[in-house]
Design a protein around this ligand. Structure first.
Ligand code: HEM
Length: 287
């Protein structure tokens, strides 16, 4: 996947207005369906979690086979495996993003039928398998009420042969990719600082799989020190406005609530650019 320049992120993720869960669907910024080099750090880590704890990171149901075969055909040369369930593991070992496979049920709703998720942001794949997108989103405050209809309509009418992309962001007290709830990693507290906080960016892709009535939902996670995205002019103000205007239940869901006031105070502290010798008042006067 393409590297992400951190200095572009504040403008991309934090709109000028108040916080709102955004739909933000757009044409892809990169080629999604290609392999990363096997020695890529994220792929190595993915391999580790798939071997160390496959039950936590892989889920498979019998309804998934045709969807997986159609998804596999998007890639240049997926190796032949003994079973479809093994093919999911092979795909996940070679492809950097997490992947979720959905399929229309007899009522026409998309249900999660399989997944390979090594880098979740504090959710558990095992609790989501078999559920509809609405049910999966039920724990996200306000999401179904504000965007549910639009999400359903979008997924229903996803044009074939095209990939769509959107972003999700979150903050964390650690730079680990795998934030599975079982790992009980440190959470943001009222001691958080801009220097010890990390941005988690989920680049998400959606692709219809029309022959199987399926849908591929991919999540490519990158993590960035928060300070590294706050350098451009205006970036601190943009983030401050998002945090200040975020409703408490959403800030609590995102794990930001305990740290919000402290981070806001730091964001509002005026940062003076380094003074040049001419403007410092100590430079020798010209004759
Ligand atoms: C247009 C489509 C979609 C939109 C706009 C959307 C939006 C969102 C948003 C805003 C969140 C909250 C994340 C946060 O702020 O931290 C979320 C969470 C989530 N979404 Fe979606 N989503 C979409 C489709 C899907 C699909 C197809 C799946 C497939 C299973 C999915 C699975 C999830 C999961 C697992 C979570 C985390 C839930 C939890 O924490 O329990 N989403 N989504």
């Amino acid at each position: 996947m393409e590297p992400v320049p951190p200095e572009t992120l504040a403008e991309r993720l934090f709109p000028e207005g108040d916080f709102a869960f955004g739909f933000g669907m757009q044409r892809p910024r990169q080629e999604w369906f290609r392999w990363s080099p096997p020695d890529h750090e994220a792929l190595q880590e993915r391999g580790h979690w798939l071997s160390a704890d496959p039950h936590r990171h892989l889920a498979w149901t019998d309804d998934a086979a045709p969807v997986l075969r159609e998804a596999g055909a998007l890639f240049p040369d997926l190796p032949v495996t003994r079973s479809d369930a093994d093919a999911l593991k092979e795909l996940s070992r070679r492809w950097e993003p997490d992947l979720l496979l959905l399929r229309r049920d007899p009522s026409g709703q998309f249900r999660l039928v399989a997944g390979a998720v090594c880098f979740p942001s504090a959710w558990d794949l095992r609790e989501k398998v078999g559920k509809t997108v609405d049910a999966i989103h039920a724990g996200v405050p306000t999401l179904n009420d504000t965007l549910g209809t639009r999400i359903r309509a979008f997924l229903d009418r996803l044009p074939t042969g095209q990939t769509f992309e959107r972003d999700n962001w979150g903050l964390a007290a650690h730079g680990q990719r795998n934030a599975h709830p079982d790992r009980a990693l440190p959470r943001l507290t009222d001691d958080a600082t801009l220097e010890t906080t990390w941005l988690r960016l989920e680049h998400q892709a959606f692709r219809a799989l029309p022959d199987s009535g399926g849908l591929l939902f991919a999540i490519h996670l990158t993590v960035h020190p928060l300070a590294s995205i706050l350098r451009p002019a205006g970036a601190r103000d943009r983030l401050a406005r998002q945090l200040r205007s975020m409703p408490d239940p959403i800030a609590a869901y995102k794990g930001i609530l305990p740290a919000r006031d402290r981070l806001l105070r730091q964001l509002q502290t005026v940062v003076h650019p380094p003074q040049s010798p001419q403007r410092s008042g100590i430079s020798p006067r010209r004759a």
